[in-house]
Design a protein around this ligand. Structure first.
Ligand code: HPA
Ligand code: ZN
Length: 334
């Protein structure tokens, strides 16, 4: 393995864009389907992985929502989350900010208490046993209407001590951020931070809306900001974080080939980008695989690797003091 790949493995990392339901590996999907007597549209584990051929975001989302139907009990959510945290441990991801999709579960009759308890028990164990810190980000499904998001925010009230931020995910085209102004304003009033997927498939306009109408603290993806010079300038000036997901971009055809991935251009333009896995079980890799494929595909340099890793902690919702600890440790490895 190259020196740069080993460096990536050695560096402590933060992951800020990971959908916990997207970490459901085919083997666990199969196991949970049997445990819960849920029928899957796949005969075996191999055919699940073979079905993961996507031309766009919606192709993926259709399988993502089918896949999560096997998650039924608190134990299932615990097992799912713990498996992801073990991967973090193996890959030296020491802090993670995890998305979850409550509406993907409540729609199927699974109550808040079920997934919150399972996910939080795994996060607590990871803190004590593995030393991994974490935050939770509750996403609203943007293909549903805002009233549904508002009801979801109300259902989350008993769990607000465990939720740091709200997010916006699912089908982007035709579902602009402006449709969710009210629920994001309510979330802000409740003291929650805000992030939104924008500019993955949607136009730069959606990124402006996320900034100006949802008052987001980070943009998830943000690739299409590169089409608008004034927007790039603004994002750079404001040091707005972009949680970029290279393997996801490849698998969802946001880029044609990884060789075309704009991560280096983003850094050169002064954008505060970091690397994340998005839905690692669906897109072929966790944090280190994302870095490793970038090293191969775009010749990421040592300085760029450090910058991306530092950006991850800098962009996190950790306290200033916690961030500084991580940043100092990483800088000492330079
Ligand atoms: N984009 C939008 N919604 C999602 C994604 C994504 O990459 N992953 C899970 N939900
Ligand atoms: Zn995402």
């Amino acid at each position: 393995m190259s020196e740069l790949k080993k460096l990536v493995e050695r560096l402590p990392k933060a992951e800020l864009h990971i959908h916990i339901e997207g970490s459901l590996e085919p083997a666990m999907m199969f196991e949970l389907a049997e445990r819960n007597a849920v029928s899957l549209p796949y005969p075996d584990i191999e055919s699940i992985a073979n079905a993961y051929n996507f031309n766009c975001l919606q192709d993926f989302l259709d399988l993502y929502y089918k896949g999560m139907s096997v998650l039924q009990t608190e134990q299932d959510f615990y097992d799912l989350t713990w498996a992801y945290l073990l991967r973090c441990h193996q890959q030296n991801v020491v802090h993670c900010e995890i998305f979850f999709d409550p509406q993907g579960h409540t729609e199927r009759g699974i109550e808040f208490q079920v997934f919150m308890s399972g996910i939080c028990a795994a996060l607590d164990k990871a803190k004590t046993d593995l030393g991994i810190s974490s935050k939770l980000i509750m996403c609203f499904l943007r293909h549903l209407d805002e009233a549904d998001a508002i009801a979801t925010l109300q259902s989350a009230e008993p769990y607000l001590d465990r939720i740091t931020a709200v997010g916006l995910d699912s089908s982007e085209l035709g579902r602009p951020p402006r449709l969710f102004q009210k629920v994001f304003a309510n979330a802000a009033e409740m003291g929650l931070k805000r992030v939104a997927h924008a500019g993955e498939e949607g136009p730069p306009e959606y990124i402006y809306e996320a900034l100006d109408l949802l008052n987001v603290d980070r943009i998830d993806h943000g690739n299409r900001s590169l089409e608008d010079e004034a927007l790039v300038q603004r994002l750079a000036n404001e040091k707005m974080s972009l949680t970029v997901c290279p393997l996801s971009n490849l698998r969802l055809a946001v880029v044609k080939e990884l060789h075309d991935h704009p991560i280096r251009r983003m850094l050169a333009l002064g954008l505060n980008a970091c690397v994340n896995s998005d839905d690692p079980a669906y897109f072929g890799g966790y944090m280190n695989e994302n870095f490793h494929t970038l090293i191969d595909a775009v010749d990421l340099t040592r300085d760029e690797i450090f910058q991306l890793v530092l950006n991850g902690f800098e962009s996190s919702f950790l306290s200033r003091a916690e961030k500084q600890d991580h940043l100092n440790r990483i800088k000492s490895m330079r």
